[in-house]
Ligand binder design. Structure first.
Ligand SMILES: CC(C)(COP(=O)(O)OP(=O)(O)OC[C@H]1O[C@@H](n2cnc3c(N)ncnc32)[C@H](O)[C@@H]1OP(=O)(O)O)[C@@H](O)C(=O)NCCC(=O)NCCS
Length: 227
């Protein structure tokens, strides 16, 4: 297929998108590579056109591929879902310096960045982001649209629910066969957290050992009454 027949869209031209575009160029031998935003922009980003979603979908080229460089898992799922429903094909992006070893099952539209490692027998859902230098060790089970920030250390036998976000440098203690460490659906693990116990669905944890984060406006149970 000639270049003019292939359009490759990376949804999201923010910092992560601009980091990933060079890897996308390596993933496809030919084609036009564009960033896609809800509305297009006049200026280009690092030499690539930034087109609107409607322009992307209206393009008549016979082959259109997509990936989504948006860190928020739920939004990423919606954007990818729209693109696939309108005929684009998902494309995974794996850095040449990443290592994906034996027996892994990784869903479509993944992004595996420089020096990331996925070792053995992991099962990973759709739209996984594994940022710079993060790893997934043996026998992990990771849901759909999960995001690993740079340097996440996910040790063996960890289960992670859909849309969970694991912050930069967090360490997830290993689980055991039949008794995995569980990070809940939609949970957030703060950067630098050391996670030694299960994290409930939707919770935000941080610190060493990781504990639920007090949200602004939360009152400690022992708070003194206002004077
Ligand atoms: C955990 C996190 C999600 C919380 O964000 P937030 O809800 O906006 O929280 P705030 O910034 O309002 O901080 C709330 C409190 O938690 C503390 N806190 C925030 N993040 C923390 C962390 N990772 N570890 C320990 N404490 C943290 C803050 O110091 C603050 O404490 P205070 O109330 O005593 O001042 C966020 O700080 C984080 O770690 N995000 C991940 C960032 C990342 O990895 N980026 C990678 C980009 S590629």
């Amino acid at each position: 297929m000639s270049e003019s027949e292939v359009l490759i869209g990376l949804f999201g031209s923010g910092g992560f998108g601009r980091e990933v575009m060079p890897l996308l160029r390596l993933a496809m031998a030919e084609g036009e590579f564009v960033f896609v935003e809800p509305e297009g922009r006049d200026e280009s980003a690092n030499g690539h056109r930034v087109i609107g979603e409607e322009e992307f979908f209206a393009d008549r080229r016979p082959a259109k591929f997509v990936n989504v460089a948006i860190g928020a898992g739920r939004l990423r799922a919606r954007v990818l879902g729209r693109a696939l429903a309108r005929g684009a094909q998902p494309l995974s992006i794996v850095s040449p310096t990443a290592s994906i070893l034996d027996g892994n099952d990784i869903g479509p539209a993944a992004i595996v960045c420089h020096h990331a490692v996925i070792t053995a027998n992991a099962r990973i859902g759709r739209g996984f982001h594994c940022n710079l230098g993060a790893y997934v060790a043996h026998d992990c089970v990771i849901g759909d649209f999960v995001t690993f920030a740079p340097g996440v250390k996910c040790n063996g036998n960890v289960e992670i629910g859909d849309y969970a976000y694991i912050g930069a440098g967090a360490v997830l203690r290993q689980g055991y066969p039949g008794r995995p460490l569980r990070i809940g659906r939609g949970a957030t693990v703060g950067m630098g957290a050391i996670v030694v116990a299960d994290v409930p669905d939707g919770a935000t944890v941080a610190g060493n050992p990781a504990r639920p984060l007090a949200r602004r406006g939360d009152q400690p149970a022992t708070a003194a009454p206002a004077p």
